[in-house]
Design a protein around this ligand. Structure first.
Ligand code: PRP
Length: 174
């Protein structure tokens, strides 16, 4: 089976939108500090770009939550394979993710992190696929709403490849 990648969101549009999101976050947390929590692996490209474009002090930390299997379908189960290195008690936390799809990953992670009593907890995603939602999950900051297509780039993979593409592409299998 061969595949091709079609551009869905061009690089400059992604970068412009991340700048807008960074501005919105910097304004919201103005005068304070914020901890960006990236969910590995997908969040890495978005998180670094976002952090560099923010105009307030940020710290970063990471968690890993893996849905089982590979390929184009997620199984609906989530496994925490790496936890944060630091306490978030009393800290303003923003979870940063590449995509909210069924919502299961972020639903579980927000519940887990809220139990640790952060000063506040918000969710910032580059992409949202609202059609795919299985559990209630509304992100506070959303880059782009996209249709239910298999997308790659900006951290999103196809069997672990194409995460480094600087645009959002749709995988077409022939
Ligand atoms: C992807 C993505 C989110 C999750 C979204 O991660 O990065 O974490 O799936 O799906 P959901 O809303 O249906 O839970 P994946 O488990 O593929 O790992 P990765 O970040 O390493 O690609």
């Amino acid at each position: 089976m061969s595949m091709s990648i079609e551009v869905l969101i061009p690089e400059q549009d992604v970068r412009d939108r991340i700048q807008e999101m960074a501005d919105a976050l910097s304004e919201k947390y103005a005068g304070g500090e914020v901890l960006l929590v990236g969910i590995l692996n997908g969040s890495v490209f978005f998180l670094t770009e976002l952090a560099q474009k923010m105009s307030i002090p940020v710290e970063i930390d990471f968690m890993a939550a893996s849905s089982y299997g590979s390929g184009m379908e997620s199984s609906g189960r989530v496994l925490i394979t790496k936890d944060l290195e630091r306490s978030i008690k009393g800290v303003h936390v923003v979870i940063v993710e590449d995509i909210v799809d069924t919502g299961q990953t972020l639903h579980l992670l927000t519940e887990m992190l809220l139990e640790r009593h952060p000063a506040s907890l918000e969710v910032c995603v580059l992409l949202d696929k609202p059609e795919r939602r299985k559990v209630c999950m509304d992100a506070d900051f959303i880059g782009f709403e996209i249709p239910d297509a298999f997308v790659v780039g900006w951290g999103l993979d196809y069997d672990q490849k194409y995460r480094d593409l600087p645009y959002i592409g749709v995988v077409r299998e022939q």
